[in-house]
Design a binder for this molecule. Sequence first.
Ligand SMILES: NC(=O)c1ccc[n+]([C@@H]2O[C@H](COP(=O)([O-])OP(=O)(O)OC[C@H]3O[C@@H](n4cnc5c(N)ncnc54)[C@H](OP(=O)(O)O)[C@@H]3O)[C@@H](O)[C@H]2O)c1
Length: 259
Amino acid sequence: MSRTVVVTGGSAGIGLAAARLLAERGDRVILLGRHERRLTAARESVGAAAAIRADFADLGAVRRAADRIDEPVDVLVNNAGGLYGGTTAIRVNHLAGFLLAHLLLDRFAATGRIVTTASLAEAWGVLDVDEPLRTTRSRWLAYGGSKQANLLFTREAARRWAGRGILPVAFFPGLVRSRFAGTSPLFVLGKPLYLSPARAADTLVWLATAPPGELAPGGYYFLRQPFFATPRSTSADRARRLWESSLRAVGEGDLAPER
Ligand SMILES: NC(=O)c1ccc[n+]([C@@H]2O[C@H](COP(=O)([O-])OP(=O)(O)OC[C@H]3O[C@@H](n4cnc5c(N)ncnc54)[C@H](OP(=O)(O)O)[C@@H]3O)[C@@H](O)[C@H]2O)c1
């Protein structure tokens, strides 16, 4: 039976490459993206079942997008993100996915899975886990903080949502030749050396499809192998505090409680 996989950031780069591979395997793919033309082109090239446009900087748009997903979800690929400064980094790269996962919680299949695209950039990130919207002006530090948040979310979701049968995992895709960080001259300079989006998507697709027994709940991977993260991204206390502050930031009132 075909599975339903929701891919955020499915209009370009790693998400698009993964969506193609998943659709080729027979999954029913629902793409989320922000840029209308890229999203339409992605839908056609993937043969996706649906394409939903939402700017993740706007949490209201995330709620409207979730309303349009009215079928059981097997896998949420929590991948949308970019190099943003100020509060946009944490809003787009963490809070939007955190909110979407909560809104889809009751729609997850009995063995649901959440695969989040994190980054080595967590190592130098700045994140106030009690007030995630209090952030630094440096894009790279704010970005790294949002990637700490991705790993802390994955760890805490594994603890809170195990009873729901949900398996959250995260991965570092490597340095990838995508549209990411196109406004950062130093990053762009190295692009010829980086991985192709399809190569980076290999680990994502593996995490989305491997038998559950092969994966550690809350685990972090690179090139299909367990990967190291700094204590700021693995601390159980920081994970718990970020979860509570993120609930406040997205407006916790109507979100389904954990079991
Ligand atoms: N490239 C790397 O070297 C690298 C390394 C480590 C981690 N990552 C992570 O990998 C993930 C995917 O990035 P990528 O490399 O594939 O870059 P990409 O080619 O720029 O793709 C990013 C995707 O995220 C979507 N997105 C960005 N901002 C959004 C917003 N405000 N609202 C909704 N969607 C938004 C984009 O949508 P539109 O195209 O429709 O705007 C696009 O589909 C990100 O989380 C990034 O942090 C990338």
